[in-house]
Design a protein around this ligand. Sequence first.
Ligand code: EPU
Length: 416
Amino acid sequence: MGERLVIRGGRSLRGRLEASGSKNAALYTLAAALLTPEPVILHNVPQIADIGDMVAVLRALGVRAEIDGTDVTLHAETITETFAPDDLVAAIRASFLVMGPLLARCGEAGCPSPGGDVIGARPVDVHLAGFRALGATTTHEGQSHVARASQLTGARIFLDYPSVLGTVNVLFAATLARGTTVIVNAAAEPEVAMLAELLIAMGARIAGHGTAVLTIDGVERLHGAEFSVIPDRIEAGTYLLAGVATGGDVEIAGAVPHHMDSLIAKLREAGADVTVSASGVRAAAPRPLAAVQLQAVPYPGFATDLHAPMAAALTQARGVSIIHERVFDNRLLYVGELRKLGARITTGGNVVLIEGPSPLTGGSVRALDVRAGAAVVLAALAADGETIVHELQHLDRGYPLLDARLCALGGDVTRS
Ligand code: EPU
């Protein structure tokens, strides 16, 4: 049986935390190291299970890796394997990001289908269509998707959907393609824009990052770089929501306000006091929240990764809140868990209706995925009595030192 979190709720969270490095951005930077035979030195990498899993995948391909706290050094001097191993890939979906770099650098890449996921079907058609547009052939060998090309050639590529990992994979491949690639309908997430900055530091020629149109002039080779990962806007948002859900006051030092416009606007609409400064973002709920409506959509819209934590906070808002999930088709698993604590939530299709404020009471709940887990933790913090959160391993994938950080804000939280 995995570890559990024991939360005695009913205390307002107050205080200040330093933002961790972004989980997803860090995963992209790790994969980027495959593009160069020189060392890539990364700082501010969060200490979470996903990073160790991704490093294991890279080591299996011949990359030398050293992890020292939040510093990671990767050296892909020689790539010994162009097919990612099935067992390691199963642990982490971002491992599909080895495809673009391996294809570009070695002319061949194989990776098992990351398959379905608890949050919904997770196809890779956008990635594969992008590789084909650059001149690769794609096939299926056993369990693996395989892409091959003796030379990639730049092209104008329209992505059917602004997939985040799809954009990253095609961007990786295009950096070493011959000629110019234009990716239209690219993901504009800050983590993708940051990755482009790392690639530029490695010698890539990229314009338009942070927008829906990326232009990449291919270069012959990339070199090493030293780079610091951006703060995690999802972790920051989760702690701000924990403060607001408990009628508290939380500041996240280092959080980048312009990465969090949609959350800040929604919190203000709900009546929270949000202060934005050069040092970070602070949110307080000195009065009861009001219900709001929102849609989870690609950036800069409201982040799907904050949907479930937001829903937990809205159980404490007066009126009926409505959340429409438009990114993933199965992100509502948290709903049943919140109901166990007394939340009044119903669903229809991918729409969630939350009636509040609901007095919540402690119980026994599961962290069904990393963000569904964050939602039950927030609800438990707002609930009266003791809640046991099972399957903590999902939360450990995305929230470094979760229990210690909640305790630092005045939460009564223990791991057992
Ligand atoms: N999609 C396709 N075809 C594709 C790829 C995606 O149809 O080839 C669809 C998916 O089915 C889904 C939608 O596009 O409905 C969005 O998927 P996207 O590819 O944008 O998501 P992702 O790149 O697999 C990353 C993050 C997720 C985050 C999403 C959206 C990583 C490792 N994962 O996933 O993060 O929710 O972008 O912002 O970066 C998390 O941190 O908890 C997490 C799940």
